[in-house]
Design a protein around this ligand. Sequence first.
Ligand code: FES
Length: 289
Amino acid sequence: MMCSSCGKRAFEKFRGRYYCRECFIRKYEGAVESAIRRYRMVKKNERVLAALSGGKDSVAMLMSLKSLSRKLNFELEAFFIHLGIEDYSDKSLAVSQKVSSILDVELNVVRIEDYGFRIDDVKRKTCSVCGNVKRYLFNRFARENRFDLIATGHCAEDILANLLKNMYSGNLGWSEKQKPRIEGYDRMVGRIRPLYEMSERENLLYVLARELPFVSEECPHAPSTMWKEIVYDIEKRVPGYRVSVLRNLARERRDEKTEYRYCKKCGEITTSSICQFCRNVMKYSKKSG
Ligand code: FES
């Protein structure tokens, strides 16, 4: 098979056509750039903190942001949270350090052990505690270090699977939180999803084409992939479903005002008197026991 752009030996297919390695990289980065421009994700001179886990999606995000940062004129640093998950966290940190040094991006590291617990200590609802820890620490670190935006490596399937799951449980307000750019307010830093329209497979091929290291094993606490499988299944039956839903979602507007207060313990934004992060610390931390 030959590259449909330059005639060299093909590396892989991207959106219906075969490309060589160099043309694949160019097409992939072009698609990320179009999404960033389409949804006005980043403004000139904004400081972006990219959440790096060492997995293929966040590595693909950091690489593509790095390749676009000069052209689109924004500053970029990376952020890693050591979650205290057996060998997985140490391995993910080592890969994240390697990727950041290859890309010459400053890596900031925070350990949840400094708050007195590890994700491995959490026996029930591990993923939801982990999600809360990540959102809290990203936001706090980004705000305290004057970043304008937090970039996460959510890909199209992650967003659609979340959407289906939340529709199923009646949390329609969550669809607001799945948009490509969410403006910051008060103590909350804005968020962007540069890989909003990219699929997991495209991210994997891009990381392979760029010959970057990544952690290939799943987190031992990873949730079921059922909702993602449903997304794949629908896309197979209705080609184009993914992009169509994502673009409609990005256009949808809800004018609900978020009610918030400040946590009595740490002062971060919450909907109750003590935020979920502080409740997790009180429950799991050996320091508070
Ligand atoms: Fe959070 Fe696996 S990375 S539970």
